[in-house]
Each structure stands twice: as C-alpha cells, then as structure tokens.
Design a protein around this ligand. Structure first.
Ligand code: GTP
Ligand code: MN
Ligand code: MN
Ligand code: MN
Ligand code: MN
Ligand code: MN
Length: 198
C-alpha cells in the first residue's frame, strides 16, 4: 500500500477520527466534441458552495451507518437520486489535510463507480432538479474534459482550477488507474497545468 494510505480496517479503528466518503462516477461515451474530438468518458465532479471543485459525497458517521450507507445518503442529498455504492467500489482511504490543527483528524475514503451513460445523464439531471442541496452546498455539476486542444485547453486548464482537499490527486490518480486517458496526455496536461497554475 502506498505511503499515507490506510486500509479500511485501520481507518475504521480510529474512533476519534471524522470520516468523509466521496465518489467519482463515470461512464464511457462515444460523443465527439465538434464532431471530431472524442470525449472518451463522462466524469462527474461538482462546484461546491466554497467555490472549489470536488467529488459528490460528504461526512459519514460510522457509529450510525456503514461508509457506503453514509455515502449513499450524501449522494441522495447532493445528486437527488439513489446511487448504490458497494465495498467493491472503494479505492483508497487516507488522512486528509484538516484546516485547523485542533480539529479531529479527517479520514477521506474514495470510491470510483462506473455506470451506463444514460445513468450518468440521469444523475446529472437530477442533481439540478430534485437534489435538496442544489443551489446551496452544491452550485452545479461539471464534467471533466479529457482531451487536449490548443496547448493547455482541455484537461490542463481544468486541472488549473482550485480543488477541495486532495480531490485533484484523486482525479489524476483515477484517470491513470482506470485507463481513462493515456499516460502521455495526462503527463502533458499536468505539465501545462503547473505552468499556468501556482
Ligand atoms: P455538510 O453536509 O455541510 O457537512 O457537508 P458534507 O457532509 O457534504 O461534507 P463535504 O462534502 O464538504 O466533505 C467533508 C470534508 O471532506 C470537506 O470539508 C473536505 O475537507 C473534504 N472533502 C470534500 N470533498 C472532497 C473531495 O472530493 N475529495 C477529498 N479528498 N476530500 C473532500
Ligand atoms: Mn458551439
Ligand atoms: Mn453533503
Ligand atoms: Mn459534500
Ligand atoms: Mn453532510
Ligand atoms: Mn449537508
């Protein structure tokens, strides 16, 4: 296991810790931008109330619910539709940076779930119509551009935005792990984004 990572069991053994679960929902798509640039996949992220990009999900209470039940509850609030998440969708758990040194440690659990394109589009639609958090904790759903055009346009520009916690590395790691972009495209996008960002 890579450094900084915790097993599920180790994470749950920390009684004084707070726990947050977030998920990357995605699908394959054959849609092409301008009829020629393959979109490859639809990956859902959200614009949060604080102006940062992140994944849907939130704080869970393992003394009252399983991690996956808690994540399901958060998804219902933030996406307006039930999206069942199972233990098999779990990718990793790690300590998250906390804003105040005095606050209880936060463990961030991350999940990735592949869905059908129709389901992703339904989730996206529900998020702005029936979700109770829309317009409050969630300002909108966003898709991640997975192509590169005119140098830094596309993925590099997207990665130059500001993200909550380590959501940016959760995204980048997942793109590689699940083969959603080529390593070459990702490395070029990371290089461009570092030039335009910071
Ligand atoms: P409330 O209902 O207001 O409590 O919000 P929430 O339960 O939806 O919690 P939120 O989604 O804000 O997540 C809780 C904490 O986890 C945040 O304060 C961040 O520190 C962290 N966090 C939020 N989104 C992400 C994400 O996409 N990735 C990671 N790694 N951490 C996140
Ligand atoms: Mn147009
Ligand atoms: Mn929430
Ligand atoms: Mn949330
Ligand atoms: Mn919450
Ligand atoms: Mn809430």
């Amino acid at each position: 296991m890579a450094s900084g990572q915790l097993s599920r069991a180790e994470a749950l053994a920390c009684k004084g810790c707070r726990h947050a679960c977030h998920v990357m929902l995605y699908c394959d798509t054959k849609t092409q931008l301008f009829g020629k640039i393959p979109l490859r996949h639809i990956i859902l992220m959200q614009m949060r109330f604080d102006g940062l990009l992140g994944f849907p999900g939130g704080l869970v209470n393992p003394s009252k619910e399983t991690l996956e039940e808690g994540l399901g509850r958060e998804l219902l609030e933030e996406l307006g539709v039930a999206v069942p998440i199972s233990v098999e969708d779990h990718v990793d758990s790690r300590y998250a940076p906390t804003p105040l040194p005095s606050s209880a440690p936060l463990i961030a659990h991350f999940y990735v779930k592949k869905m059908e394109e129709e389901q992703i589009i339904e989730v996206e639609r529900a998020a702005v119509t029936t979700a109770t958090d829309y317009g409050q904790e969630v300002l909108g759903m966003v898709r991640v551009p997975l192509y590169s055009i005119r140098g830094s346009a596309g993925l590099a520009c997207f990665l130059s935005h500001s993200f909550i916690g380590h959501a940016r590395s959760q995204l980048v790691d997942s793109l590689l792990r699940f083969g959603l972009v080529t390593p070459d495209l990702l490395h070029k996008a990371l290089r461009h984004s570092l030039e335009t960002h910071k």
